[in-house]
Design a protein around this ligand. Structure first.
Ligand code: SF4
Length: 345
């Protein structure tokens, strides 16, 4: 780490931030209590999702699954259904597994320390730190992209945030400004400052409580921080589907692979129609971006005019068939969901 002055020289910054937070904190439903269950669900919903989009999903989820026991006892399919629209369904599967783990190993109570929380399925350093600090007042920093950005600018620190040691580095940097008490509020203040004021593009420095202390602002180099040398590697992936239908039914199968879209429903692929009448209507190509993948999805629309033929394909290939109403009770990857919605509209 760069050589900074004595740790205590910067603690006033954290105190200032806490003061700002008291009057500027966002009014969010999960902040009404410090119940670890609610904090946990909200943090997982908000990974990869903006607060605005995540809010209603969070409310629906905790209304249906208000506590660890209800979540653990629910059907996996229903948990996935309540995740519909949020994407990255592995998060929902992990929540479900961790709830079961809490029931079995922890008597349905949350462990109260960062180290113990890390043992839960799908709970990483950030989520464990958020729960430990907000619900159990442990002094641990919930370091995420907001921390990287605010701290790099505050100290005009050019440590590369794509470096594998970035998490450790910025955790240590946080120590310089983190007050001894109120870790939960401090972490939430950093989240709010990062997302509302010190935004990635066009930060609102004139509204920033830390402007007087911000080195990047002082030297007029805000746009040079944070430094990110390695670009995120994105893989291109092509997928071909067949939307095979008869009347109001179409064929589907549940994915069981462990890569993308685990446990979600998808359309058939690569089917031959040797002795069966079919009409291939058209093909649609959809571009869909995931965090590390650019998908090119082509879907051929295939009508099977004869009901017996449709049933034969279904049985021989171990498919299911859904109507629109049935499909809406299941979970599909977003592009496939959007496709059948168009078909039925
Ligand atoms: S002054 Fe601007 S760049 Fe510096 S911390 Fe505040 S918002 Fe971020």
């Amino acid at each position: 780490m760069k050589t900074y002055k004595q740790k205590t020289d910067f603690l006033y910054i954290g105190v200032k931030l806490l003061k700002w937070y008291q009057t500027h904190k966002r009014d969010l439903p999960w902040r009404k209590s410090i119940n670890p269950y609610n904090i946990w669900i909200s943090e997982v919903v908000l990974q990869q999702t903006q607060v605005k989009q995540g809010m209603q999903h969070y409310l629906n989820f905790v209304e249906r699954f208000p506590d660890v026991d209800t979540l653990a006892n629910a059907d996996e399919e229903e948990v996935l259904l309540y995740w519909k629209g949020l994407g990255y369904y592995s998060r929902a599967l992990n929540l479900h597994k961790a709830a079961k783990q809490l029931v079995t190993d922890y008597n349905s109570e949350f462990p109260e320390t960062y180290a113990e929380l890390l043992k839960l399925k799908g709970v990483g350093k950030y989520t464990a730190a958020a729960i430990a600090s907000i619900s159990f007042h442990e002094k641990v920093a919930a370091v995420d992209g907001n921390f990287y950005r605010v701290l790099s600018r505050l100290f005009a620190d050019d440590f590369d945030i794509s470096n594998s040691r970035a998490f450790q580095y910025f955790s240590e940097l946080t120590e310089l400004i983190m007050p001894e008490t109120d870790a939960g509020c401090f972490n939430q203040a950093m989240m709010d400052l990062g997302s509302e004021v010190c935004k990635p593009k066009n930060p609102l420095c004139s509204d920033c409580p830390l402007q007087d202390d911000c080195r990047a602002f002082a030297i007029g180099k805000i746009n040079q921080f944070p430094v990110k040398l390695k670009k995120t590697k994105v893989e291109n992936l092509a997928l071909s589907y067949q939307f095979i239908y008869h009347d109001d039914q179409f064929l589907v199968k549940q994915r069981d692979t462990s890569d993308i879209w685990k446990k979600l429903f998808e359309y058939p692929k690569n089917l031959d129609f040797n002795d069966i009448d079919f009409i291939e209507e058209h093909e649609k190509v959809i571009q869909h971006k995931l965090t590390h993948r650019n998908l090119e999805i082509s879907i051929s629309k295939i009508l099977i005019p004869n009901k017996c033929d449709f049933d034969k394909i279904k049985t021989e290939n171990d498919f299911l068939s859904f109507s629109f109403t049935e499909a809406e009770q299941k979970s599909f990857p977003k592009p496939l969901h959007d496709y059948y919605i168009k078909y039925f509209s």
